[in-house]
Design a protein around this ligand. Structure first.
Ligand code: SF4
Length: 285
């Protein structure tokens, strides 16, 4: 991002984060499919006051604040800092908030999260708590390697977040051709009654890249094209506007969509449409 635009902002949402963990490591985690490895632009490294100032100065340019994006801001060692920043944002600004994480919170963290959820509700706003889990089976652990907590630990987290009053999102993102689609069904069944929104996502990567090698185990893009259909697209949240190879599957999408309908869970491949649907239903009720 440029100096004048340290974060993604597009008229609808402001996406902020704590920025890269260090000069050489963008995130405490190392998901095999993480598109930051393939050149997705990293966000700025601002202190908390400057992040707040950025949000205040750009108030007219967004309707919801996401703490998400190029790194997991909530993972150790920045958990407390991220939660305190979220609390400050909730205290000083009047917007729906959404955060995403693969980290698992400790009891002391839930106390802060409850305060944030309560503060949001006092103002008639939401705290969308999005827990990302990309696979369930152990044979695909390589896509979410240690120290990422187990899928079960993260599924339990969703139940706890629901209890403290957050609107919960199970982000099974991105859908990957190396993941058994029944993994998604298992995760939905295990969190039945605790998930408000389920999300899938198109898988983006660059040809002959780090992500390709880690996910598919081959450096030869032609090998992959023999087995799965790929197209080329820009990401709607990549300010660089580059083309990415992408994999999307009607089979995966329809399977998850149908199961969500059965369980009464909102499903979408895009968070903005899922949030709109959530609000429409809430207003109706
Ligand atoms: S947690 Fe998110 S930012 Fe971190 S490596 Fe995984 S996908 Fe990338």
């Amino acid at each position: 991002m440029s100096d004048s635009q340290p974060f993604f902002i597009n008229g609808e949402r402001a996406m902020i984060s704590l920025g890269p963990l260090t000069n050489t490591k963008h995130c405490p985690f190392g998901c095999a499919f993480c598109y930051v490895q393939d050149g997705f632009t990293k966000y700025g490294s601002l202190n908390d006051d400057d992040i707040l100032s950025f949000l205040k100065q750009n108030k007219k340019n967004y309707k919801i604040i996401y703490m998400s994006g190029d790194t997991d801001s909530f993972a150790t060692p920045r958990t407390e800092r991220a939660l305190n920043l979220l609390y400050k944002i909730s205290s000083e600004l009047n917007y729906d908030l959404l955060f995403t994480t693969r980290a698992v919170f400790e009891d002391k963290h839930y106390a802060i999260l409850k305060k944030i959820a309560d503060k949001q509700h006092e103002k008639g706003k939401e705290l969308f708590a999005s827990v990302s889990i990309t696979r369930y089976s152990d044979d695909t652990k390589f896509i979410e390697p240690d120290p990422i907590p187990s899928p079960d630990a993260r599924l339990d987290e969703i139940k706890k977040l629901k209890k403290i009053g957050a609107t919960t999102i199970l982000a099974m993102r991105p859908f990957l051709p190396v993941v058994d689609p029944n993994d998604y069904i298992k995760m939905l069944d295990k969190t039945k009654g605790c998930v408000d929104i389920a999300l899938g996502e198109t898988f983006y990567f660059k040809p002959n890249s780090i992500v390709q090698a880690k996910v598919f185990g081959t450096n030869d893009i032609n090998e992959i094209c023999k087995y799965i259909p790929l197209s080329e697209e820009k990401m709607d949240f990549d300010l660089a506007g580059e083309n990415w190879l992408c994999w999307k599957s009607d089979e995966y999408e329809n399977l998850v969509k149908k199961h969500c309908e059965k369980l009464g869970i909102i499903f979408s491949m895009h968070s903005n449409s899922a949030i709109k649907e959530f609000k429409k239903i809430k207003t109706r009720n």
